[in-house]
Design a protein. Structure first.
Length: 381
């Protein structure tokens, strides 16, 4: 690996390729899926048969217990890729609100609408309630504030945050760059977004902002030292976060009293992640193998959003046919686990192809129908 000369890139006016972030995005989505798959496949570690309460099994259970922290990765990445670029383009005078809106909502809805329909089909099959109000509420990011997650698809809770992150960022940018009429509408949008966040957890908004501000660290000369500090903070935040996560397997109540609250632990974790990103994107592959691995991350990340949205209904289907959780680490239970994870990946990829994969095409069509002129520099991730 080598770190490119940032000054040369700035003077050339080229936009830096953001290396390795696709791997972070895919691994975060995979971590959420494997966490939920393990939780539905086996009982908690402390309730396994004593013969299987080994150190190796404990490590496996610990590694598949990071779903909550993985969602924080999404928030920081979103702040970096979307919020950071919005700030950068506002400062450069190249922000365009219309193009931003097309990019952001096509990004959200192209995978979300088919995923909601898929969730409805699975919920109907397994006998869960399907609500039209919840469908509309989840479509517009009102879950957890005004309605429940659609048809029991728990991971949808984070989409409410993403949608309103985008609204707040777009409205703030328009308020700073447009004329009086646009500023009025932007202020109304900001007020609406703030009102929604009075019913959400604002700590996640702060995490998103940390990611956005870290975008400005891309050209810091001592980015390696910043990244090392970020790695240390990420580790500390992760440990603190785990102590704040409920478990029936280990008695951590006394230790949990010695660590910061869940919200502060989350902020430490996200600050660490935000400081790691500027250094990570400058680790340029220097050989063919590293370049292949880096490009593979892009292919995997392409359907990671669909994986995140659809894995829970897939696992609900497994639970419908196999409701009992295993109490031992038998070969059959392990094969079932990997079959569940593989089925989540396969379904996500199959749903990705006709929908999320067509996002760029839909954006182009929308710009032709809505945008009066082609606008360079739209925000995309």
């Amino acid at each position: 690996m080598q770190i490119p000369n940032p000054e040369a890139q700035k003077s050339a006016g080229s936009e830096q390729h953001l290396y390795w972030l696709d791997w972070m995005r895919f691994l975060a989505a995979l971590s959420v899926a494997t966490t939920h798959a393990r939780g539905g496949n086996w009982v908690e570690w402390g309730r396994l048969e004593p013969l299987f309460q080994t150190k190796i099994v404990a490590i496996f259970f610990a590694l598949t217990r990071m779903g909550g922290e993985a969602v924080n990765v999404f928030f920081v990445l979103s702040g970096f890729l979307v919020g950071g670029k919005v700030m950068d383009r506002v400062l450069k005078g190249s922000f365009d609100g219309r193009s931003y809106a097309i990019d952001r909502f096509s990004r959200i809805w192209m995978p979300l609408i088919p995923s909601l329909l898929f969730t409805a089909a699975i919920a109907h099959f397994v006998g869960r309630t399907v609500s039209g109000w919840e469908f509309l509420g989840n479509l517009f990011g009102l879950q957890t504030s005004w309605c429940e997650n659609f048809a029991g698809n728990v991971p949808l809770w984070s989409l409410a945050y993403e949608i309103w992150f985008y609204v707040l960022a777009g409205c703030a940018a328009v308020a700073l760059t447009s004329r009086s009429a646009g500023r009025l509408w932007a202020c109304l949008g900001l007020t609406l977004g703030m009102a929604i966040f009075t019913r959400l957890e604002t700590v996640f908004l702060f995490c998103w902002l940390l990611g956005a501000f870290s975008f400005g660290f891309r050209y810091v000369k001592r980015v390696g030292a910043v990244a090392l500090l970020g790695i240390a903070l990420t580790g500390v935040g992760y440990v603190f976060s785990q102590f704040n996560t409920k478990t029936v397997s280990v008695d951590i109540h006394s230790l949990a009293l010695l660590v910061p609250s869940r919200e502060i632990s989350t902020l430490i974790l996200c600050l660490g992640l935000a400081l790691v990103l500027p250094g990570l994107i400058r680790l340029q592959p220097t050989n063919r193998f590293a370049a292949i691995v880096e490009r593979l991350g892009s292919r995997c990340a392409a359907f990671s959003y669909t994986l995140y949205l659809t894995h829970y209904p897939v696992l609900a289907l497994w639970e419908h046919f196999m409701p009992e959780r295993f109490t031992c680490m038998s070969l059959f239970s392990i094969l079932c686990y990997f079959a569940k994870v593989f089925s989540c990946l396969l379904v996500a990829w199959l749903l990705y192809l006709p929908f999320e994969a067509r996002t760029a095409t839909v954006r182009k069509w929308l710009r032709g129908r809505i945008a009066s002129t082609a606008v360079p520099g739209s925000v995309a991730s």
